[in-house]
Design a binder for this molecule. Structure first.
Ligand SMILES: C[S@@+](CC[C@H](N)C(=O)[O-])C[C@H]1O[C@@H](n2cnc3c(N)ncnc32)[C@H](O)[C@@H]1O
Length: 265
């Protein structure tokens, strides 16, 4: 199927190349270094609920599993073929990983469901409009105070990186990669409502500059989100589901010390 109709772009641009993804990325992108660093930066607690958007072959989820068996982590990807590779890779390592086939701009998760959301080498596959919708979705499913960690192609930081980035532009389309390579990702994060947006570090790779970013959903989003849930869906949802969402939307610290907030009506 052509990727324009599929709703996603396969890991290496074409379905037939997907089985080559793991060896290629391992050999050419300093994969374990940058993914390990991304996880280090996220400071994940044992009880964290984690989502990997565009999880591909599941490498990041398996790195997480190696750090803790008790984490609640799920990977989302639009491509069934790449999820099959993730599943069999986990099986070979006798690990269980949770996977969901869905599009990043329409996620099947409730508001405030996750403490950390990761996205590695995925945003550059999306058009500007898809990036915006995806960031809005990540914002929605993160709890207030929750954090997003992104690894993706970025503005080349020297002439060599600019030359090497040409292969990414050619392979993944000039239009889809433009925001990455012009250094616009942080602005898109802020536009989606994130605060504390920061570039953590960058790596020189054979495909150009790879940057790691961090962004946080403001704690204040809790009140706004609760008001929206109560206001907009009271008539649409049954009581138990509503109560569940409101409890999940409370900031972690509030949840630990208080009971569930009262539900009006
Ligand atoms: C280059 S791969 C990166 C995989 C993995 N995160 C990694 O770092 O190795 C990009 C992944 O994003 C997925 N993807 C692209 N567009 C998507 C969309 N609209 N919804 C969900 N997944 C998508 C692809 O199927 C692919 O597995």
């Amino acid at each position: 199927m052509g990727h324009r109709n599929a709703g996603y772009v396969p890991a290496l641009g074409r379905d037939i190349l997907t089985p080559l993804y793991d060896p290629l990325v391992r050999l050419t992108t300093r994969e374990s270094t940058f993914k390990g660093r991304l996880l280090d930066e996220a400071g994940i607690s044992e009880s964290a609920r984690i989502l990997d958007v565009g999880c591909g072959t599941g490498t990041l989820l398996l790195l997480l599993r190696r750090r803790s068996k008790s984490l609640l982590a799920i990977g989302l990807d639009g491509d069934m073929n790449v999820l099959a590779i993730a599943r069999s890779k986990a099986g070979r390592r006798r690990e269980k990983i949770a996977l969901a086939q869905a599009f990043c701009f329409d996620m099947p998760f409730p508001e405030c469901a996750f403490d950390r959301v990761f996205s590695s080498l995925m945003l550059h596959h999306l058009t500007r409009a898809e990036k915006i919708r995806t960031l809005q979705e990540i914002f929605r499913v993160l709890r207030p105070g929750g954090e997003m960690y992104v690894a993706d192609w970025s503005r080349p930081h020297n002439l060599l990186m600019r030359i090497l980035a040409f292969s990414v532009r050619l392979g993944d389309s000039f239009a889809r990669t433009a925001d990455n390579l012009k250094g616009h990702l942080p602005a898109l994060f802020r536009d989606a409502g994130f605060e504390g947006v920061a570039e953590l570090t960058r790596f020189a790779t054979l495909y150009g500059t790879l940057a790691l970013y961090k962004a946080r959903k403001p704690l204040m989003a809790a009140a706004q989100q609760q008001a929206r849930i109560v206001g907009s869906t009271l008539h649409e949802r049954i009581g138990s589901e509503l109560q569940h969402d409101i409890v999940d939307c409370a900031p972690r610290s509030a949840r630990a010390t208080e009971g569930p907030p009262p539900v009006d009506g």
